[in-house]
Design a protein around this ligand. Structure first.
Ligand SMILES: *C/C=C(C)/C=C/C=C(C)/C=C/C1=C(C)CCCC1(C)C
Length: 272
């Protein structure tokens, strides 16, 4: 809020408003979909789907708060004209509170869907969860800093746990992939690429103001960047988790596979 933008054009306001609405709808209905689809995977994979649904549900809640905050923060000056910042201000903190909860849960769902032996799972999570919380906590002071120097320092500090998470996912997790079927490890490979491609958008959006994008343009670009990345990193990611859970259920239990994929030839399933 320290670097609050005092005015938005009509078009800028509409853009942010519609993107928030899109993100809210995506989060809410992906969450519901994942909850009602529990029966389509074996019980041992249901926890991964419940966690994915929680991630989208928590994000839906925060988008409601962000949406309300935005509505109160910018008020029309004339019909079809600019929007001016009201004394309510826009609360940037909701995003970080959301990430503090959802980012560790995203890593938890990733590990949960692999159904790894208990020791391997615990050793991965003991590294991933604290690192992800640290990344978000260190990023926040940089997000609200008005000046470039503190922004860069906190951003750099937050990047250290970020790189550590990628190291754990790309080096350590790879070792546990040989116990998965080729089909599953290929999809897990794509899941990781989706993770790196979408998580990478956050530090880039964080840097928009530094790249010299002007005040309100930087604000709009950052809100759109974070919201689109959220939809991909939570909803699309959750749906890929669901796909992996379905593939692994079919691999684990041929009877389940016969039931669930009755009308699809096996070849269609492998190609998917
Ligand atoms: C659903 C929300 C997700 C997946 C959020 C992910 C957020 C990040 C990967 C944020 C990373 C940051 C850095 C690596 C440096 C600058 C500060 C952050 C917090 C934007």
């Amino acid at each position: 809020m320290s670097s609050a933008i005092t005015s938005l054009t009509h078009g800028q306001y509409q853009t942010v408003y519609n993107v928030f609405s899109f993100a809210l709808a995506s989060m809410l209905f992906t969450s519901i979909f994942l909850l009602v689809s529990q029966g389509r995977v074996l019980p041992r994979y249901r926890q991964a789907l419940v966690i994915s649904a929680m991630v989208c549900g928590i994000a839906a809640y925060h988008y409601i708060r962000i949406f309300n905050s935005f509505n109160e923060a910018y008020l029309p000056t004339t019909l079809g004209g600019d929007y001016a910042l009201s004394p309510m201000g826009f609360n940037e903190a909701y995003r970080y509170v959301d990430w503090l909860l959802t980012v560790p849960l995203l890593l938890l769902e990733t590990v949960a869907v692999l159904a790894l032996p208990k020791v391997t799972r615990a050793s991965l999570l003991n590294k991933l969860i604290p690192a992800s919380a640290l990344m978000i906590v260190l990023g926040y002071p940089g997000e609200i800093a008005a000046d470039t120097a503190p922004k860069m320092i906190w951003g750099a500090l937050s990047t250290i746990p970020f790189l550590f998470i990628l190291y754990v996912l790309f080096v350590q997790l790879t070792k546990s992939l040989d116990r998965q079927s080729p089909e599953v490890s290929a999809t897990v490979g794509r899941l990781r690429l989706l993770l790196i491609a979408t998580w990478g958008v956050y530090p880039i959006s964080f840097l928009f103001p530094v790249f010299g994008l002007d005040g309100s343009d930087a604000f709009v670009a950052r809100q759109v960047g974070y919201s689109v990345a959220d939809v991909l990193a939570k909803c699309l990611y959750g749906l890929v988790i669901y796909k992996i859970a379905r593939m692994k259920s079919a691999d684990d239990n041929p009877a389940f596979a016969a039931d669930e994929f009755e009308d699809e030839p096996a070849s269609a399933r492998t190609a998917a």
